[in-house]
Design a protein around this ligand. Structure first.
Ligand code: CO8
Length: 257
């Protein structure tokens, strides 16, 4: 169905694999279009998404430099917006998204990983924002998300120098949550996704919405937002089922309503 991405459903977990091996899974506008379409048509029953890259060398080696080379200002804006919109969609979709970073995560690749909720990587992973060495800046919201994730000082160092960092350094600065041997990475991501799927889907979705929204709010507004969403949980069947199961010493069966 797609030329550059593969979709595989493992019960409630769907794995989206970016597969453009000739360019180390670089993101051209066709890949971005296919990703956008795939995100709109995830297999029914998907409750968590894992995003990874094909092969053992690269997650995504950036936006496609051959496509960008001759863009003018207007086209550069449009290309940046196309990627930024897809990534924002990942960030705001009501299911958890885990990046299984299996190699190079450079430029747009690092930005894709950062748009996901959780990042884990293989020992050979390399992260970086090399754009200034190409005469551009991160264009898929990297200047925004990197500073949020690792702090402004480290984000400025990574973006100004353009120098990539290895998996252990990415772990140290909090850019990834865990590092695995390459053969174990995808399974670890799927297992983490499955453990999330065992919880109430609406509660997970509300928690994601709260964490994302409250980060940009003032303390009083953030506390009030969580309060509102906490109350909303009590309008769900999942809350009734979850608490009833606990009191009956049973395993909860959540239906996402
Ligand atoms: N775009 C296009 N082609 C690429 C890219 C890329 N980002 N990365 C690798 N390729 C291609 C290479 O050109 C090469 O093709 P060919 O075989 O036809 O020569 C093939 O993939 C294999 O690559 P290498 O031979 O270079 O493999 P190495 O193992 O020697 O090196 C690297 C791997 C280190 C990953 C190297 O390929 C590299 O430095 N790639 C570019 C990394 C980079 O700079 N990424 C950032 C791009 S800019 C960006 O992402 C901006 C995002 C925001 C855009 C906003 C738009 C307005």
């Amino acid at each position: 169905m797609y030329n550059y991405i593969k979709i595989e459903q493992k019960q409630a977990v769907t794995v989206l694999t970016i597969s453009a091996p000739k360019s180390l899974n670089a993101l051209n506008s066709t890949v971005l279009g296919e990703m956008d379409d795939a995100l709109s048509h995830l297999p029914e029953g998907t409750r968590a998404l894992v995003i990874t890259g094909d092969g053992e060398k690269s997650f995504v080696a950036g936006a496609d430099i051959s496509e960008m080379a001759n863009l003018n200002e207007e086209q550069g804006f449009a290309f940046g917006k196309k990627g930024a919109d897809v990534f924002r969609r990942i960030e705001t979709m009501p299911i958890p998204v885990i990046a299984a970073v299996n190699g190079f995560a450079l430029g747009g690749g690092c930005e894709l990983a950062m748009a996901c909720d959780i990042r884990i990587c293989s020992t050979n992973a390399k992260f970086g924002q090399p754009e200034v060495g190409l005469g551009i800046i991160p264009g898929f919201s990297g200047t925004y998300r990197l500073a949020k994730l690792v702090g402004m000082g480290m984000a400025k160092q990574l973006i100004f120098t353009g120098k990539p960092i290895k998996a252990d350094e990415a772990l140290r600065i909090g850019l990834v949550n865990a590092v695995y041997e390459q053969p174990e990475l995808l399974n670890a991501a799927v297992q983490m996704a499955e453990s999330i799927c065992a919880n109430a889907p609406l509660a997970v979705a509300y928690a994601k919405e709260c964490i994302n929204k409250e980060y940009d709010l003032k303390a009083d507004d953030a506390v009030a937002y969580e309060n509102k969403m906490f109350g909303r949980c009590f309008a769900t069947e999942d809350q009734k089922n979850g608490m009833k199961a606990f009191l009956n010493k049973e395993k909860p069966a959540f239906n996402g309503k």
